[in-house]
Design a protein around this ligand. Structure first.
Ligand code: IVH
Length: 691
């Protein structure tokens, strides 16, 4: 037995050593194979983050570079090429699955002029033509979706998933604007209309501004936010975030005789049905023209209101599409051209530390001004200190910055060969740059935080937030004035705004501005309790959560005197656990109680009842479509301030539906249930007439 064990032992050891032999002897071929394996693993990792978690770690441009390197290696070494990778997989495991009767494919991508010309030449030689109608349109960067209509009624909305089946997101998708519940006849027996769900930059910025005001990290990319919103199980955010839809294709279409014969015809049908097609396109007959259109779009795309990372070139005519056919991953009749990322090289003047309102310390690179993607850039967040270490970025370094679909410029690499060897690496700070208190590291979100509630940087930002439009809306008071009043010792706590005197403010801003500011301060006394709670800037508590708190506590005094164990999701309806934690932590601070008591003694935040009683008291409203003179939010606030309630879904308890242009499923639903439908003018008339 012993001998056998010894032999096994030696076999294992020799075998173990042999494992290294291929590496030690790796010739050029095996090195290529190794690289291919590594690239595939890396890409799979990033696919998982992108498709499943909607939380990518690298920029799209970097991802594309990995994919491109892999494609090139596979093309030059066909012996190592793998079967096609498929279309990705966006399924989260949380939704019911629905099959696609016609697979939802992806697109082949090209990255430069030569690749594009090669693609077009091959397609046209297979069609045996010198000229064909190529349709060129923006490539939307969102989430691919398929809407299934049976006998003209919307029955299902399904994400691409793995191309064969996807997540059934019907309930959430129905809550979007632009969705038509019933198609005007003549309608196909069954049709799958396909397109993309996305967030406009304007909506993305609005959501992020609100988040930042509430002391939360902004979202990094509109696509991930669109995915995250649509894939929420409770669909709660569907009302707060306005997702957009564009349609550009179809899957099954029965009977076949009614199918569009071209892309142009598809858009005509969509118009007839009141559904959104791609609003902007170009056309080209040959590779020469196609390249010219692609170049023209390269400039124009900076003005598009939606995120896009390229253009799609597709044959207009279906008869020609059928000649070229489709592969398992992508059709042969279309291709995506991805623009190279906008990049620039500049020198870092300094790395500064920023203290946020909630105490988070963010390293920020300040550089020599440089133009990038049509804008002048002078600074970029370095996010956190782990990132500073990873990049090993130092003051004076030359860096490459990039803006690839992402809105915010990023430092992607450091040109270390140009570095002054005497500059030391940038140390992770231990003390707050403003108040010198020791920094705490927050293990959960991996940030460094100044925990001193009296840190002047935090106080000033808190006061500026209190006065901002998201807060008490004290017009004329911005961060600059707050800083001056703070430094002069006139403004330490929110309540101090209400103690300011003319003779104190006038020397700083002049008589006229001072008067204006006093007017807004007086006006702000009437702010609703929700506004006051939002203005306090409690981490994680923006307007929506503030409303939950306001509805329960009814006055600032009750909130100020609340016991900590009352701040509990089981006690306060609609309070989410994370929000409860944040509120409890806030109320546990002595200084918080002082701030609140002070505001209570000034009779701020006592108008909760007043704002909820009004001409629309007890009435429930649902908004749908685009109103001519009010944004969604403004309409929401208008109704609420008059005592009405706004909800997202039409039910029998809905009193009125306020409908605008392109009103969709909600309008149909209101008609079906016989609920009165009014327009913006009627709503305004109602409010103006009432006392
Ligand atoms: S046509 C595959 N047109 O990009 C069937 N696709 O990365 C033909 N996309 O799978 C698609 N904008 O989800 C088409 N104007 C557009 C598009 C578009 C975005 C998406 C689509 C596709 C993905 C490939």
């Amino acid at each position: 037995m012993k001998a056998r064990a010894a032999i096994l032992h030696w076999i294992r050891r020799v075998g173990f050593c042999l494992l290294f032999v291929p590496v030690l002897w790796a010739g050029p071929e095996t090195k290529v194979e190794q690289r291919i394996i590594t690239l595939r693993a890396e890409i799979a990792h990033h696919d998982e983050l992108y498709f499943k978690k909607a939380a990518p770690e690298i920029s799209d441009a970097k991802y594309d570079r990995l994919k491109r390197e892999l494609r090139e290696l596979e093309a030059s070494h066909p012996q190592f090429s793998a079967p096609p990778a498929g279309v990705g997989d966006d399924r989260t495991g949380a939704f019911a699955q629905a099959p696609h009767r016609v697979p939802m494919l992806s697109l082949d991508k090209v990255y430069d002029e030569a690749e594009l010309r090669r693609y077009l030449a091959k397609a046209m030689s297979r069609l045996q033509v010198d000229s064909a109608e190529w349709f060129v349109e923006p490539k939307y960067d969102g989430l691919a979706i398929s809407f299934v209509y049976e006998d003209g009624r919307l029955v299902r909305a399904v994400t691409r998933g793995n191309g064969k089946q996807g997540d059934d997101v019907t309930a959430n998708a129905r809550r979007m604007d632009g969705i038509v519940e019933t198609l005007k006849s003549p309608t196909p027996v069954r049709v799958e209309l396909r397109g993309e769900i996305y967030l406009t930059y304007a909506e993305f910025d609005r959501i992020n501004a609100e988040r930042e005001q509430a002391g939360m990290e902004p979202y990094a990319h509109p696509r991930n936010l669109a995915v995250g919103t649509l894939k929420q199980l409770d669909g709660e955010s569907m009302e707060e975030r306005q997702l957009s839809l564009v349609l550009y294709g179809w899957g099954e279409w029965e009977p076949a005789s009614t199918r569009p014969t071209s892309q142009i015809e598809l858009y005509q049908r969509l118009r007839d049905w009141g559904m959104p097609g791609v609003p902007e396109s170009g056309s080209a007959d040959d590779p020469e023209e196609a390249w010219a259109v692609v170049q023209a779009f390269k400039q124009r795309r900076h003005d598009w209101p939606f995120p896009s990372d390229g253009v799609v070139l597709k044959l207009n005519r279906v008869s020609q599409r059928e000649v070229l056919g489709e592969g398992t991953v992508a059709p042969n009749w279309a291709v995506a051209y991805k623009y190279p990322p906008d990049t620039a090289v500049t020198q870092i003047a300094d790395i500064v530390l920023q203290v946020g309102r909630t105490g988070v310390i963010t390293p920020v690179a300040e550089f020599e001004p440089v133009t990038l993607g049509g804008a002048t850039i002078t600074r970029a967040s370095l996010h956190n200190f782990a990132n500073v270490q990873r990049l090993d970025i130092r003051p004076g370094d030359w860096v490459v910055i990039e803006k690839a679909g992402e809105i915010i410029p990023q430092v992607v690499s450091v040109q270390t060969d140009r570095r002054d060897p005497d500059v030391a690496n940038f140390p992770t700070p231990r003390h707050c740059p403003e108040c010198d208190s020791a920094l705490l590291s927050d293990a959960v979100v991996r940030v460094l935080r100044c925990a001193n509630p009296s840190c002047p940087a935090r106080l000033k930002l808190g006061l500026a937030h209190f006065a901002s439009a998201q807060g008490m809306d004290i017009d004329g008071v911005g961060p600059g004035l707050v800083e001056r009043l703070f430094d002069a010792g006139l403004l330490m706590r929110p309540g101090d705004f209400y103690r300011l005197r003319m003779e104190q403010l006038e020397p700083v801003v002049g008589a006229k501005t001072a008067e204006h500011i006093f007017g807004s301060i007086a006006q702000s006394r009437k702010a609703s309790l929700t506004k006051v709670i939002t203005a306090l800037g409690i981490p994680g508590i923006g307007p929506a959560n503030a409303k939950v708190v306001a509805v329960h506590f009814r006055s600032l005094e009750t909130l100020a005197n609340a016991e900590l164990d009352e701040i509990d999701p089981a006690v306060v309806p609609g309070l989410r656990p994370a929000v409860a934690d944040a509120l409890r932590a806030y109320l546990a601070e002595d200084e918080t109680r002082n701030v609140l008591d002070d505001l209570v003694s000034l009779e701020i935040g006592q108008s909760a009842k007043r704002v909820q009683v009004g001409p629309l008291s007890g009435k429930r409203f649902v908004l749908t479509g685009k109103l001519p003179g009010l944004t969604r939010r403004e309409a929401h606030e208008l109704i609420q301030s008059a005592g009405g309630e706004v909800s997202g879904t039409v039910t029998d308890s809905t009193d009125y539906v306020v409908a605008g242009e392109n009103a969709g499923a909600k309008l149909d639903e209101a008609r079906r249930r016989g609920i009165p439908v009014i327009d913006e003018a009627a709503l305004r008339a109602w409010l103006d007439e009432s006392p």
